[in-house]
Design a protein around this ligand. Structure first.
Ligand SMILES: Nc1ncnc2c1ncn2[C@@H]1O[C@H](COP(=O)(O)OP(=O)(O)OP(=O)(O)O)[C@@H](O)[C@H]1O
Ligand SMILES: [Mg+2]
Length: 478
């Protein structure tokens, strides 16, 4: 036992001694350090003048105020108005969590106090105003929330340091600030005779020397956060830009949203195409398949750089899309494919034939079904076998056999006339590449509109026939 005691004593003694010697050494080194000039000396001002309500440092007048009264109800981002206050101000706020075990008895006492005041007033027959009911209600609500663990209690101090080149300017700014805050029912007070403590509390040293604290619950404390814009960073997203209010990165995965479509509006030359191209590149890096319909021939260079497929569609181009083409790799999940496709086809043909009446639409629908049937396609079970698709000229033939001469002759423009090459063969475009660009610049104005619909139909068909998660990864650029 004695031995143990001895060893402990020795340890403590040695420790104390070594501490003492290190302290002496430190002091010695400090006294040397005082002799030379360091960065602090260079940065520091020569001195400061302290008055009751301001300090003067290097001809700058600085006044510290604190927020003494908060409104009963405050809106989100109210501190924003201070940030937008167009003068030279520094804002500093201190936030400390209060232990619930300490806070609860105090709250209970406060509630009892308010309750007894209320009762006394009732007995006197006085009218009970909001000065009693408001604090009482909020204290009871807060107590309940703290007890349930829904809210925490915080102590907050908000200090504002105004700086101006002259005293009159400082007075003016103070009045202005007080007015701006009072309009929102926030009341300020100048830290009279405490300007030095005030200044130190404003400096980023996490020292709350003024100690002007107010109690707030978590949700009210959260309202004091000055930047209401939140961060938008999603895993697996791509960079869209920088949030200008807080300089955070905006990283968004558009496919995680309910609707992945987007449209870009901006003035000419402001970078719409550039933005679209940057997004395409970033999407490609994420493994997304991108299909572009390009009416301006802007994407040729981009396609070359990433070895994409560039399809230049024109009235005479070799690349063809057959209107009757439909996705057949699906199994039973898309049995109504043919039915929807016939509908789409009727719409496209209506566009090609400059509008159709309801009656003509009915006839065309029948003719299309007949044509499909002639090639072995029916609405029910045919989708599982690979067969040839009919062509536009087959529809023309059907119309003729159905004695629909008028419709047949209107369609002749696309089967025998000037545009006969556009839809005269089976689809020979492969959509296997990760980037496919359809260039429709060479198409005439009337054909361009039709091709836009044909391509979007074709793309849609190709996309739904892929059973993977890619299905929804469709981007529409307008
Ligand atoms: N973020 C950017 N960084 C560098 N250059 C850019 C940026 N955004 C746009 N540009 C350049 O600005 C010019 C105009 O951009 P862009 O062609 O994308 O505009 P636009 O909005 O598509 O115009 P228009 O309406 O005429 O099609 C281009 O030369 C482009 O390279
Ligand atoms: Mg552009």
């Amino acid at each position: 036992m004695a031995q143990l005691f001895n060893s402990i004593h020795q340890k403590l003694f040695v420790q104390a001694k070594s501490k003492q010697s290190s302290r002496v050494k430190k002091q010695e080194s400090l006294s040397y350090a005082y002799g030379s000039q360091d960065t602090m000396d260079l940065l520091s001002y020569a001195g400061l003048e302290e008055s009751e309500t301001y300090v003067v440092i290097d001809d700058t007048y600085i006044r510290t105020l604190f927020i003494s009264g908060f409104p009963y109800i405050a809106s989100t981002g109210w501190l924003n108005m201070l940030i937008n206050f167009n003068h030279n101000i520094d804002i500093s706020y201190h936030l400390e969590q209060v232990d619930a075990a300490l806070a609860l008895p105090k709250l209970t006492r406060k509630i009892t106090e308010l309750e007894s005041t209320k009762r006394a007033m009732q007995r006197r027959g006085a009218i009970i105003g909001s000065e009693i009911t408001d604090p009482l209600e909020s204290a009871v609500a807060l107590k309940n929330k703290i007890q349930r663990g829904q809210e925490k209690l915080f102590q907050i101090s908000i200090y504002i340091a105004l700086s101006a080149p002259s005293l009159s300017e400082l007075h003016k700014m103070t009045t202005l600030l007080e007015t701006v805050l009072a309009a929102r029912l926030f009341y300020t007070k100048i830290a009279t005779f405490q300007q030095l403590e005030g200044l130190q509390s404003v400096l980023p040293r996490a020292e709350n020397l003024l100690a002007q604290k107010r109690n707030l619950d978590s949700s009210s404390a959260a309202l004091t956060f000055p930047f209401v814009s939140s961060e938008l960073v999603q895993d697996g997203g791509i960079l869209y830009g920088v949030n200008r209010s807080n300089n955070s990165l905006v990283i968004l995965d558009r496919f995680s949203l309910h609707n992945a479509n987007s449209i870009v509006f901006a003035q000419s030359g402001s970078g719409k195409s550039y933005t679209a191209k940057v997004e395409i590149l970033r999407q490609l890096m994420q493994g997304t398949k991108v299909i572009v319909i390009d009416p301006e021939r802007e994407y040729e260079q981009l396609t070359k750089s990433v070895h994409g497929t560039y399809i230049r569609l024109s009235a005479h181009s070799k690349e063809k899309i057959n209107l009757f083409d439909l996705s057949i790799t699906t199994t039973d999940a898309h049995d109504d494919n043919l039915a929807t496709h016939v509908q789409d086809l009727t719409d496209i043909l209506s566009l090609m034939l400059d509008g159709l009446s309801a009656e003509e639409k009915g006839v065309l629908d029948k003719a299309i079904m007949h044509t499909y049937k002639g090639f072995g396609w029916t609405l029910t079970k045919s989708l599982k076998r690979k067969k040839d698709f009919p062509l536009l000229k087959d529809l023309h033939k059907t119309l003729k056999t159905m004695k629909q001469r008028k419709l047949a002759s209107r369609l002749e423009k696309y089967t025998k006339g000037s545009l006969s090459q556009v839809f005269d063969s089976q689809t020979n475009i492969s959509v296997e590449n990760r980037l496919i660009v359809f260039d429709i610049k060479d198409l005439s104005e009337s054909l361009r509109q039709i091709m836009l619909v044909v391509i979007s139909n074709f793309v849609y068909n190709q996309v739904i026939c892929r059973s993977s998660a890619d299905i929804l990864r469709q981007i529409t650029w307008l």
